[in-house]
Design a protein around this ligand. Structure first.
Ligand SMILES: CC[C@H](C)[C@H](NC(=O)[C@H](C)NC(=O)[C@@H](CCSC)NC[C@@H](N)Cc1ccccc1)C(=O)O
Length: 326
């Protein structure tokens, strides 16, 4: 049975985390994304003008799935599209001998401009994979039957290399016990329900954060508008239309954000919420907590995930998420 671990290297401000992946004979840095289910990469089929500075998948090692195609759009209106190959994919020593690899023939500018990332490796449920005429499986679903345990874990860090594991839980990566919560995979996401919250030291959690997805491919923590408002009221922040979100002082006094999941309280340090100066050298920071307006659910992105050890587990049949403090 297979198991393995791979580094997750942070970009500036932990905007995204990139991991080395071998596809055929190509070495690429991919953004592992539990919020989508396509494995796509810059390729020899991507226009040169769109792939400057990127490593590219050389599809000559793959077997083209004739007549297959893919096209994906993300919440930030970015996206990509292209053709499909079956090829060998290796992540941290775990091998998928015939994985659907989606070679991009067109890519939106936000991906072309981010030269650290050579594509995405989707880890949501394969039910939202975009390949037609026959939907394909994610890397995790492809290797799942061969894994020692049908699960993968995520250990992201603030400003430091973290890791993903496949097939095993690294008990040295967390403290205390793991709290498991049920996952509703009906929309293809790792969706769970978060409970009450509190700001700073006042521990009387109030309200209910509600339906949330765990999304390693989203940088920030998107919460109900009322919760974001309550946080920034305590943090001395304000909604800045020009910045398109809440900002707060970068002065190191941002209060922690506490949220109950499965009856256990997890703490997002205030230092993660003073996310990044709005312009370099500014004393005003863009907030790591923003309102989920227009999304319809909360997104527990990297600002939250780097505060915990997360276990994406289908070993029990029904999918579940495990969280532990790190
Ligand atoms: C507007 C598109 C909606 C959101 C929907 N798409 C999705 O839900 C896709 C699969 N997932 C996503 O757009 C989001 C989760 C839902 S947010 C509304 N996760 C993937 C995102 N983090 C990938 C990414 C990584 C780096 C840079 C940018 C984007 C659809 O196709 O209908």
């Amino acid at each position: 049975a297979q198991s393995g671990t791979v580094a997750a290297d942070p970009q500036q401000y932990d905007q995204a985390y990139l991991s080395p992946v071998t596809i055929g004979n190509s070495q690429l840095m991919l953004d592992f994304d539990t919020g989508s289910a396509d494995l796509w990469a810059f390729s020899n089929e991507t226009p040169a003008s769109e792939s400057v500075g990127h490593a590219k998948y050389d599809s000559s090692t793959g077997t083209e799935l004739q007549g297959y195609s893919w096209s994906i759009t993300y919440g930030d209106q970015s996206g990509a599209a292209g053709n499909v190959y079956a090829d060998k994919v290796v992540v941290g020593g775990v091998t998928a001998t015939k994985q659907a690899v989606e070679a991009a023939t067109s890519i939106s500018t936000s991906f072309s401009d981010n030269t650290d990332s050579d594509g995405l490796l989707g880890l949501a449920f394969s039910s939202i994979n975009t390949v037609t005429p026959k939907q394909q499986t994610t890397f995790f679903d492809t290797v799942k039957p061969t894994l020692a345990k049908a699960l993968f874990t995520c250990d992201l860090k603030q400003g430091n290399a973290g890791s993903y594991t496949f097939g095993y839980i690294d008990t040295s990566k967390y403290t205390g016990s793991v709290t498991y919560v049920p996952v509703d995979d009906s929309q293809g996401f790792w969706s769970f329900t978060a409970g009450g919250y509190s700001v700073g030291s006042d521990n009387a959690t109030s309200g209910s954060v509600g339906v949330s997805i765990a999304d390693t491919g989203t940088s920030l923590l998107y919460l109900p508008a009322a919760v974001a408002k309550a946080y920034y009221a305590k943090a001395g922040g304000k909604f800045d239309n020009q910045q398109g979100g809440y900002t707060l002082p970068c002065n190191g006094n941002a209060p922690d954000f506490n949220v109950a999941i499965g009856g256990k309280t997890f703490v997002v340090p205030g230092s993660y919420i003073a996310y990044a100066p709005i312009t370099s050298g500014s004393q005003t920071c863009f907030g790591g907590i923003q309102a989920n307006t227009g999304i319809g659910f909360n997104i527990f992105g990297d600002v939250f995930l780097k505060a915990v050890y997360a276990i994406f587990d289908v070993s029990q049949g029904a999918p579940r998420l495990g969280f532990a403090a790190q």
